[in-house]
Design a binder for this molecule. Structure first.
Ligand code: ADP
Length: 394
């Protein structure tokens, strides 16, 4: 019998899970999957470590399962398949830990209430992240639960990197740059020492380019600055989000165009980014395959914004030893990696085209002073490790 840890990442319409078991000093993935369409047409699928489907179920169009039903189904499947492993605990991805939570924490009803206070800071994610925690506290109070925050890794940023130039009281009240994708950056920082000890001890910029996208400056493996701010809207252009935008545009849309807060929120989160500029898709694969001129324009703007932030973060670091590409686009879109590095000679970076096309781990050529790496991220493993460590501390 070994200890198992379930990792849960709950969104508005889906609940993703992974099951890890202890394997020597680390943890090994045994099962992963999700319930999609929680409120429309729920469908469950679980795959083993080799990617083979081992369990599935559909509830049909119009059915409603919700987070509670999805969790009970998931626990049932886990009991059935892994009844011999002791479920040591559940680790949750929680987008917002507010200004003070700088590390994962064991959740009880009191801390859950504290985390609910951050819902207005991340209204599209936080309530869904917390829903399964509440359900499990109620139905399985003896099952230990750990919340792992996307913001924690950036809490050690210097104060200047966390501040807006608003009245200082607002900073004290929590209106500050939080930064996100912290679990991904922390995982990359954990891999870096074995890959590139110089960069691990020195200055690295990590590009997390998924549907959501951000960049993080690491110094000695710790985050010192990132492109996302108060919310996950700031910084890079994303699948459907604007990234950085002059706040004057928002004022104009509201005062001169009569848009209300809900309409602006929809515009900035769901109708902009790659989708808004291209008019074709939010999906990078579709844009790379498209002949539409605005698909090309969207890609050009996407790359341009990354290159500007590369300069900004290199300046914040005062130099650069390595660049790491990760997440869906960073790991898989060789054309985007090549375009980002194309004019980066001034930074001391040049890419090996063949290695890049082949999706190698090492992407730099022999002349490149700055090392270039492609590293698949693993936020789930990071959450599982944190959960194990928090529970071990008791
Ligand atoms: P999420 O932020 O939802 O976890 P991912 O990290 O899975 O997203 O990234 C999704 C993005 O990665 C999409 O834009 C998708 O088109 C892109 N992507 C995935 N595979 C490829 C590929 N082979 N080539 C180009 N883009 C890809």
């Amino acid at each position: 019998m070994s200890d198992a840890i379930v990792v849960i990442n709950a969104g508005s319409s889906s609940l993703k899970f992974s099951l890890f078991v202890e394997r020597g000093a680390d943890l090994e993935l045994r099962l992963r999957g999700q319930v999609e369409g929680l409120f429309t047409a729920p469908r469950f699928v679980a795959k083993d470590e080799a990617g083979h489907v081992v369990a599935e179920k559909s509830w049909g169009d119009g059915a409603t399962l919700g987070h509670e039903g999805a969790l009970e189904h998931l626990l049932g499947v886990l009991r059935e398949r892994h009844g011999t492993d002791r479920l040591a605990g559940v680790g949750h991805r929680v987008v917002h830990g507010g200004p003070d939570y700088d590390r994962p924490l064991r959740v009880d009803p009191k801390t859950l209430d504290a985390l609910r206070a951050f819902e207005p800071l991340a209204p599209l994610h936080q309530p869904h992240n917390l829903a399964p925690i509440g359900t499990l506290l109620e139905r399985h109070p003896a099952l230990p639960q750990v919340a792992c925050f996307d913001t924690s890794f950036h809490r050690g940023n210097p104060e200047l990197a966390q501040m807006f130039a608003l009245p200082y009281e607002m900073f004290e009240q929590g209106i500050r740059r939080y930064g996100f994708h912290g679990l991904s950056y922390e995982y990359i920082a954990s891999v870096l020492p074995s890959l590139d000890p110089v960069a691990a001890a020195g200055r690295t910029i990590v590009l997390h380019l998924g549907n959501g996208a951000s960049m993080c400056a690491l110094h000695g493996g710790r985050s010192v600055a990132s492109t996302m701010g108060f919310t996950a809207l700031d910084g890079l252009m994303m699948g459907t989000r604007t990234g950085s935008l002059d706040p004057g545009v928002v004022l104009y849309l509201m005062s001169a165009r009569g848009m209300d807060a809900a309409a602006v929120e929809k515009l900035l989160y769901n109708q902009s980014g790659l989708l808004g500029v291209s008019g074709v898709s939010s999906d990078m694969r579709a844009l790379l395959a498209s002949d539409a001129p605005r698909a090309r324009l969207a890609i050009d703007l996407y790359v341009y914004r990354i290159r500007r932030e590369l300069g900004a973060l290199a300046a914040a670091l005062g130099g650069l030893d390595a660049i790491v590409f990760t997440a869906g686009i960073g790991e898989n879109a060789a054309a985007i990696r090549a375009a980002v590095i194309r004019d980066a000679h001034w930074l001391g970076a040049s890419i090996d085209a063949a290695a890049n096309d082949a999706g190698a781990t090492r992407l730099h050529d022999a002349a490149s002073r700055v090392k270039l790496w492609r590293v698949p991220t693993n936020e789930e493993l990071m959450i599982a490790r944190h959960t194990r460590d928090v529970l071990a501390r008791g």
